[in-house]
Ligand binder design. Structure first.
Ligand code: GRF
Length: 196
């Protein structure tokens, strides 16, 4: 059974790349029907291209309201029979319109051990707080920023001389494992997405 994914990005797309790599090696029983970027020229679009995955740019500013933008997104994903939406570095809040269309069917990866350090610059927040452990979280998306039921987490140590970059790099390696793992488990029915 292959789980049909829609992936939403805003930038680099390294998590998208990790998903596509695992799919291409037959280690993740899923397929990516479409990659949507809200940012024109996002580098992640090139990754979609490299893997021959359909990709589009859909800019919120071309729509009168966020609702209209999200309804259009939902229409497109539905037309491609997308079953699960994956936010992989998508830097916008998801609103009720998309959540109504894909209830409990949108997941996000965030570079902190939620509920700690929500929002931007999570790795910098972790360093500033002086924690000894950091990591990443995959969770079900709700209308609250970086909230919703936690599906899985992966931990890394914070080292004495860490910079934001060195910590981010260490966390990112874990992200690239965790997100495809969670998608695989959802596809296999080993993780159930329940109401948030
Ligand atoms: C990742 O750190 C992810 O956790 C966060 O945004 C970053 C996206 O990186 N939500 P990339 O675009 O997947 O390389």
């Amino acid at each position: 059974m292959t789980l049909i994914l829609g992936v939403m990005i805003s930038g680099r797309g390294s998590n998208l790349g990790a998903i596509l790599q695992e799919i291409s090696k037959s280690r993740c029983p899923a397929s990516v029907a479409l990659v949507v970027s809200n940012i024109p020229g996002a580098p992640g679009l090139k990754i979609a291209e490299k893997y021959g995955v359909r990709h589009i740019v859909l800019e919120p500013s071309d729509f009168e309201t966020r609702r209209a933008y999200e309804k259009q997104l939902a229409r497109i994903f539905r037309s491609l029979k997308v079953e699960l939406l994956v936010l992989a570095g998508y830097m916008r809040l998801v609103g009720s319109a998309l959540l109504e269309e894909y209830p409990n069917k949108i997941i996000n990866i965030h570079p902190s051990l939620l509920p700690d350090f929500k929002g931007l610059d999570a790795q910098r927040q972790a360093l500033a707080a002086g924690v000894s452990e950091a990591g990443c979280t995959v969770h079900v998306v709700t209308e609250e920023l970086d909230d919703g039921p936690i599906l899985a987490q992966s931990r890394v140590p914070v080292l004495p001389n860490d910079s934001v970059k060195s910590l981010s790099d260490r966390i990112l390696k874990k992200e690239h494992q965790l997100l495809p793992e969670v998608i695989t488990k959802i596809a296999l029915g080993e993780i159930q997405l329940t109401k948030g």
